[in-house]
Write a protein that binds this ligand. Structure first.
Ligand SMILES: Nc1ncnc2c1ncn2[C@@H]1O[C@H](COP(=O)(O)OP(=O)(O)OP(=O)(O)O)[C@@H](O)[C@H]1O
Length: 514
């Protein structure tokens, strides 16, 4: 019988990681073209690029998820065959993802032991806890080993993802947008602690990021990809944000900002009256929510993830039954059916669009047609589909919304995260008759030029008279876009203010549940 053996906890120096002329093709599409990058031991390296530039493909090739078409991965100057994450682990490489991978019902200790590659069949918990206590005492972050994951805040969960890699003795950490689910304070804390480990020479970090502020504050070097090719490299001390943006975009010009205009005769479009909804486990998620969104108004809902926002949006999108209360759209009772959505012109941008707003194995064109496939010109008599019209419409939207996809026939599940987001945005924002738009974290995972674009689209919709409910974990986004702002905490709307009069400190306190 195999018993648990604790992972070695010796702080060895990180190895040098180098990628030489790496090419990755998916069929006839070249996602990476002769890309080289070197992560020197004890450096904090940022990997930048627009959505679809090839960043995830590059790190997936390094970690052995993908087999490169050609090129080499060198660890300590020797070419290595890395065919799986387990091989990568063997060479000291570990990956931390955007989303948490821990099992919510298990404790921190159980998740750490579970993360090991030498999964034991029998665990001596007494000995395991002694070793875990010793590991935790010397690690850069401390988390109580006996706490279930479901009780951890987002920042602690992300710290645990990093701790897992340290526990596995990974010396080169590859982080894929590690702060996207964190508040700015949590992000600074996590990156600051990693920075200390890098400065002490215990770790190297290669971090995919869209946030220039974090790149400038915490990293030493940047490598930039553009359309699958190496577009630049440099030291952060020698570069400005403009330099990096220019490397990412080439000669493209920036979007002109959209100004808000005053709306005449606003009328209530969305009304929530004592709306209550439950979580999957039957416990209350949304408690007696009351709010009105008027035409030509953006109402923002701020809150730390897990405070009922997801369930609220799911109820409005028809993906979760309400427990009680009323929803009115244009003054009429609203049950969020597809028919009602079409009649009242309600559009939604839910979070995690690949899971909540797409059918991953269906093509980009089919996904773009999910709202309109049974209407002319995409269908005759409601059921006779015109595939050529569906493709033609998708080709137009791909151009307008700059979706990077090999073709409109590619399964949407094959697109990069940001391009899945753009596919859904194209479908939901392209109608000229939008009446109500419900958007949840619409810029999650998007590069800065895409964020500007989406913000200008949402503002332009508002200026046309669309009522917008914007649920976001990004307070800066809410302060920039919304006319009125609410805070949701513990499922209750605990604060409301016109955004111009909102006090940031009070917002922060309310978000933290005080
Ligand atoms: N399994 C796959 N099959 C076909 N094409 C793919 C596959 N995975 C990625 N691609 C394509 O490769 C390109 C690069 O994708 P990748 O996910 O590496 O981009 P990225 O820079 O990480 O983008 P983002 O910032 O949006 O996450 C995209 O055009 C994507 O559509």
């Amino acid at each position: 019988m195999k018993t648990a053996i604790a992972a070695p906890q010796i702080k060895t120096a990180p190895p040098e990681l180098e990628v030489i002329n790496l090419t990755k093709r998916f069929g006839s599409f070249t996602a990476l073209d002769q890309v080289s990058i070197k992560v020197t031991p004890g450096s904090f390296h940022a990997l930048l690029g627009e959505n679809g530039a090839g960043k995830s493909t590059l790190v997936k090739c390094i970690m052995g998820f993908y087999t490169p078409t050609s090129g080499e991965v060198l660890v300590d100057r020797q070419s290595r065959a890395i065919d799986s994450p387990k091989d990568a682990h063997h060479f000291g490489l570990g990956m931390v993802y955007q989303h948490f991978t821990s099992v919510p019902a298990m404790t921190v200790a159980e998740n750490l032991v579970l993360s090991r590659y030498d999964s034991p069949q029998w665990i001596n918990w007494k000995a395991e806890y002694d070793r875990l206590d010793a590991f935790m005492a010397t690690s850069p972050f401390q988390i109580d080993l006996r706490t279930p994951i479901s009780q951890l805040a987002a920042g602690q969960k992300q710290k645990l993802e990093i701790l897992k890699q340290l526990y596995l003795n990974s010396r080169v950490l590859i982080l894929d947008e590690p702060t996207s689910v964190l508040t700015p304070d949590e992000a600074d804390e996590v990156l600051g602690l990693l920075r200390e480990e890098v400065t002490a020479g215990h770790l190297s970090v290669l971090m995919i990021s869209h946030k220039f502020r974090e790149v400038m504050a915490f990293t030493d070097e940047v490598t930039v990809l553009r359309k699958g090719k190496l577009a630049g490299h440099g030291y952060v001390r020698d570069l400005t944000v403009d330099d990096m943006a220019h490397m990412m975009l080439g000669e493209k010009t920036e979007a002109t900002p959209v100004e808000k205009v005053a709306i005449a005769d606003p009328r209530p479009v969305l009304e929530l009256k004592d709306l209550c909804a439950d979580r999957d486990n039957g416990l209350p998620a949304v408690c007696s929510a009351n709010l009105i969104v008027n035409s030509g108004e953006i109402v923002g809902i701020a809150g730390v993830s897990g405070n009922g926002q997801r369930e609220l949006v799911e109820v409005l999108a028809g993906q979760r039954p309400r427990h009680s209360g009323d929803i009115l759209v244009n003054g009429e009772p609203y049950q969020s059916t597809r028919k009602e959505m079409a009649r009242h012109q309600v559009y939604t941008l839910p979070e995690e669009p690949l899971r909540n707003a797409c059918v991953p194995h269906m093509s980009v064109a089919e996904n773009m047609a999910l709202r309109t496939f049974d209407c002319p010109p995409q269908a005759r008599r409601g059921w006779l589909l015109s595939l050529s019209n569906i493709r033609r419409m998708a080709e137009g939207l791909v151009k307008v919304f700059s979706v990077k996809t090999p073709s409109v026939d590619t399964p949407v599940g094959h697109l990069s995260g940001g391009n899945v987001q753009r596919t859904v945005l194209a479908r939901e924002l392209s109608s000229t008759n939008i009446n109500l738009l419900i958007a949840a974290n619409p810029c999650f995972g998007l590069d800065f030029s895409a964020v500007d674009y989406i913000h200008s689209q949402i503002l332009a919709a508002r200026n046309r008279g669309v009522a917008v409910l914007l649920v976001s974990e990004d307070l800066d986004e809410l302060l920039k876009l919304s006319d009125r702002i609410f805070v949701i905490s513990g499922g209750e709307l605990v604060y409301e203010s016109p955004t111009a009069a909102a006090d940031i400190k009070t917002l922060g306190h309310k978000m933290a549940g005080h």
